[in-house]
Write a protein that binds this ligand. Structure first.
Ligand code: SF4
Length: 118
């Protein structure tokens, strides 16, 4: 089961929800992304959006999640899938999360998030 405790710290919960689901890219989209840029749980949020989309859920296909628009998430998905596969492969080889993070030039949090899903 996914731990959603991070949502308690979501900055968007303190703002106008319409900013996260703009009709088109523009100033409202940029405002949402600015807020996401200072949000303490943006990594968890972006990971959760990826998780929902990989599961075939519809909930995250729209709107801004983790500072990325739906279009940006779609473009990044193949890269993220390759990164996730590399994390699993390096874990299977016995590397520590810190070693994997250094090898792939990503954060320890990203490694931990991917490992928690696999
Ligand atoms: S990163 Fe996610 S949780 Fe944080 S403000 Fe943006 S949409 Fe909300």
């Amino acid at each position: 089961m996914t731990n959603l405790a991070w949502m308690d710290s979501a900055l968007c919960a303190q703002t106008d929800p319409d900013l996260w689901f703009p009709e088109g890219a523009g100033s409202r989209d940029r405002t949402a992304k600015k807020v996401c840029g200072t949000c303490p749980v943006s990594a968890e949020c972006g990971g959760y959006a990826d998780l929902l989309e990989n599961d075939g859920s519809d909930g995250s296909r729209h709107g801004t999640w983790g500072g990325r628009s739906a279009r940006q998430r779609t473009k990044a998905r193949p890269r993220a899938a390759a990164r996730d596969a590399a994390i699993v492969r390096l874990t299977d080889r016995g590397m520590t999360p810190t070693e994997i993070a250094e090898q792939l030039d990503i954060s320890d949090r990203t490694v931990a998030r991917v490992k928690s899903r696999s």
